[in-house]
Design a protein around this ligand. Structure first.
Ligand code: DX5
Ligand code: ZN
Length: 228
């Protein structure tokens, strides 16, 4: 099943509770929370207290994407705040194996995120430690950027790598996801689609979530999903 994960980065933060409720009622599967520290990426967003507040107002699993340096120092705090999924960037982890094991030991869904320029080869030794891989299809730091087309080929390669190893690791794609490229992403093997501006940039975020769900089911059923 394809899962839709609205990213609140593009939401109206003054009306966050209401915006989260809207996408939850529309059937979103996860809520994607972008944590940025102004060091690993040139932007600053939110920390554990905001995650804890959101935890109180939704039943959606919280998918916390850490775009921060030294994530080791913070994974416990985000777990305590109510994160269900945590991803860390391979580029930010000097000891990626240790960091991933730490997230696993907290009982959370464990993910590794790769910047567009990062090769899939960094996954060779750690793919069996993760529940999902987050492929960045824009350079992280901001919403509403243009999808980088070579990401599709990268996702296809990753799908093959996962299948070859007989693993059930999910592929999440983040950045520039839209109603227009959604089917191509599903065909490439993506299973979790993060979307910020496409959803919250719309006057009717709930309608966009419903369209994304319908369209992703449609591209699987219509046999257009031929890559896998
Ligand atoms: C970018 C973030 C994304 C962002 C995606 O660094 O990781 O999650 O919210 O936004 P859109 O969907 O607008 O590209
Ligand atoms: Zn993200």
């Amino acid at each position: 099943m394809i899962q839709i994960a609205p990213s609140i980065l593009a939401a109206d933060f003054a009306a966050l509770g209401e915006q989260v409720q809207t996408v939850e009622e529309a059937g979103a599967h996860l809520l994607h929370l972008d944590v940025m520290d102004g060091h690993f990426v040139p932007n600053i967003t939110l920390g554990p207290p905001v995650v804890a507040s959101i935890r109180k107002i939704t039943r959606l699993p919280l998918d916390v994407h850490l775009m921060i340096e030294n994530p080791d120092a913070y994974v416990e705090a985000f777990a305590d705040a109510g994160a269900d999924w945590i991803s860390v960037h391979s580029e930010a982890c000097a000891h990626l194996d240790r960091t991933l094991n730490r997230i696993r030991s907290l009982g959370l869904s464990t993910g590794v995120a790769l910047n567009p320029a990062t090769s899939l080869s960094v996954l060779d030794n750690v793919l069996s430690l993760v529940d999902f891989v987050l492929i960045m299809s824009v350079n992280p730091g901001f919403g509403a950027q243009k999808f980088i087309p070579y990401s599709l080929r990268k996702i296809e390669e990753l799908r093959k790598m996962i299948d070859r190893k007989g693993l059930s690791v999910k592929i999440e794609v983040d950045g520039g996801v839209s109603l227009d490229n959604l089917c191509a992403l599903v065909r490439s093997g993506s299973e979790v689609l993060v979307a910020g501006s496409q959803i919250f940039g719309s006057p009717d975020p709930g309608a966009v979530v419903r369209q994304m769900i319908d369209r992703s089911a449609g591209c699987v059923e219509s046999g257009q999903g031929g890559v896998r």
